[in-house]
Ligand binder design. Structure first.
Ligand SMILES: C[S@@+](CC[C@H](N)C(=O)[O-])C[C@H]1O[C@@H](n2cnc3c(N)ncnc32)[C@H](O)[C@@H]1O
Ligand SMILES: [Zn+2]
Ligand SMILES: [Zn+2]
Ligand SMILES: [Zn+2]
Ligand SMILES: [Zn+2]
Ligand SMILES: [Zn+2]
Ligand SMILES: [Zn+2]
Length: 518
């Protein structure tokens, strides 16, 4: 949920998902096993196509599924491009170099050694974001190291590690305590026994903390996340290094089997998936991944259960409602405002701060979900669901229509409720923000055409830049090739052609656990 959507935009402008006539990039969902996608350090890449004023360009290209900024992963390949053996080998060795320095099993061994240490010897290096074993202390003398790590600190890695807030890749926005506690309480009230946490490290740790402190609650949790730093804190059965944009398990089949066993335990009974993806990410690949996880869960079901759906909480901004429901028509959006610790814009309105636009999308019937009245929610008997206090039941729409928690007003010309600040425009023939341009597209984002953000904060900007950059590079390559041909040159310089990798922003080199794949 990461795109830096301007607070006012996010509350007032109407996002029109997949608006016709837009420009930008689109993911092409093709799964032809005969033509597997090339690999970047983050697993199989995705196929994209540039769209110009609603028209797709003919040439498609592969780019990284996880990073929307080329400084995090600069993979680029035209779909029809034939690579030389040398370039393929260079790519392969680059992918190898980017692999985490420790295997999952090595991380587990380190963890087991660490928890056997007496308290006084348990140290954590903030500079390297790493738990330290005594024989490593020397290398971290100049670093910011803390000692006497308590059991509670070890169990709350999301409070120990600094959040990776880079918006275009990790977008690690952590739940505020009240949201996290609300979620754990809700999951347990609904009777779930296992939670597949996809990109929700703070929820994962709170579930485990709650369970260990309370004999009655026996909620288990498995975390799938791309942030490799978390692998230091968990055994194999509770963390998998995973990319949710391409369903890639970095540790291969054994990790996939951990996930499968978790989903299929008790014939799939009692499991729910909770996910809070970076919202700069594209909905389509996420939906494909979630369908794969659902497929895994379904394989383990008994006969006769095939009509059941795997329960899901997908946490995402409300303006993605249409897109999510396009892939999961049984989902509905709850009014609950998801609150984050480290995101200034996405905090709850009740404390005088801005209202968070982030909601929970679920296939659990909303009448089964109680929202906290003390936080400003009420039950609407007509809608049979909890809604925000300000969300009034409209007798014309026969529904509590507000999406953003404010009171919406009914427009008889549009025949629906609209945001309070909107006015009916007789040129556009529908309601819109008062100072909009009636031509429409100028108001929104130049890249993807959506109205909820500007070009500078477009989640697709990185991918779009990659395509333009690739065209430039190809020209550059041609000219280098021509020069080399004339000088009977040596093999091509990979660094020169790929562009030098930029240095990390993190303070100091993460030595043993340094992982470019985070
Ligand atoms: C918006 S944060 C959600 C964190 C959640 N609110 C919590 O407090 O537990 C997104 C999470 O997804 C993870 N993430 C980002 N990109 C990912 C990817 N491609 N695959 C898997 N996880 C990813 C981040 O590391 C981060 O933990
Ligand atoms: Zn990549
Ligand atoms: Zn260090
Ligand atoms: Zn209602
Ligand atoms: Zn209405
Ligand atoms: Zn209107
Ligand atoms: Zn207009």
């Amino acid at each position: 949920m990461a795109a830096p959507v301007d607070a006012q935009d996010s509350m007032d402008a109407e996002p029109v998902a997949g608006r016709l006539g837009g420009s930008g990039v689109k993911v092409v969902l093709l799964s032809d096993p005969a033509a597997p996608a090339p690999l970047c350090p983050h697993g199989p890449t995705l196929l994209f196509v540039k769209v110009n004023q609603g028209k797709e360009e003919t040439r498609k290209f592969y780019a990284c599924s996880a990073c929307r900024d080329r400084k995090d992963c600069n993979f680029f390949q035209w779909e029809d491009e034939k690579l030389s053996g040398a370039r393929l080998a260079a790519r392969e060795s680059h992918n190898q170099r980017c692999r985490p320095p420790l295997s999952r099993l090595q991380c587990v061994e380190r963890y087991l050694r660490f928890i056997q240490l007496p308290l006084t010897q348990r140290r954590f290096c903030h500079s390297c974001q790493q738990l330290l074993l005594p024989d490593e202390w020397g290398e971290h003398q100049e670093h910011h190291v803390v000692g006497d790590l308590s059991v509670t600190q070890l169990r709350r890695p999301s409070q120990l590690l600094y959040p990776l807030e880079n918006k275009k890749t990790n977008a690690q926005y952590l739940f505020a305590d009240r949201t996290c506690r609300f979620l754990v309480g809700l999951l347990s009230t609904l009777g779930f026994r296992r939670v597949l946490c996809v990109g929700t490290p703070r929820l994962h740790e709170l579930i485990r903390l709650t369970t260990s402190g309370d004999q009655k609650s026996n909620l288990k949790s498995l975390l799938l996340d791309i942030d490799f730093r978390y692998s230091q804190f968990y055994l194999e059965d509770s963390f998998c290094h995973y990319n949710m944009f391409n369903h890639h398990f970095f540790d291969g089949k054994p990790a996939l089997e951990v996930c499968r066993a978790f989903l299929q335990e008790d014939k799939g009974e009692g499991v729910i998936m909770v996910t809070d993806p970076p919202f700069g990410g594209l909905v389509e690949p996420l939906a494909v991944t979630f369908k794969k996880l659902i497929g895994m869960w379904k394989e383990g079901q008994g006969q006769g259960d095939s009509l059941q759906e795997m329960p899901i909480f997908w946490i995402f901004p409300y303006f993605f409602e249409a897109r999510i429901c396009q892939f999961f028509p049984s989902f509905c959006m709850l009014d609950y405002q998801v609150d984050y610790d480290n995101h200034a814009l996405y905090k709850h309105g009740k404390t005088g701060r801005k209202q968070s636009p982030v909601r929970i999308f679920t296939n659990i019937p909303p009448n089964k979900i109680t929202l906290p009245t003390e936080e400003g929610y009420r039950f609407c008997p007509l809608c049979q669901r909890y809604v925000s206090l300000e969300n009034q039941h409209c007798e014309h729409c026969n529904s509590c229509t507000s999406k953003d928690g404010r009171k919406w007003k009914h427009c008889f010309l549009c025949k629906k409720c609209v945001k309070p600040s909107w006015v009916h425009c007789r040129f556009c023939n529908h309601c819109a923000v008062s100072h909009h341009s009636c031509e429409g597209p100028n108001d929104g984002c130049f890249i993807c055409g959506e109205l909820d953000h500007k070009r500078s904060s477009c989640p697709n900007i990185g991918i779009s830049k990659k395509a333009s950059k690739a065209v430039k590079k190809q020209k550059q390559r041609k000219s280098i090739k021509m020069k080399m041909e004339t000088t009977k040159g040596q093999p091509m310089n990979y660094n020169l052609l790929q562009g030098k990798r930029r240095g990390r922003k993190e303070p100091i080199n993460i030595s043993a656990l340094k992982c470019p794949v985070t």
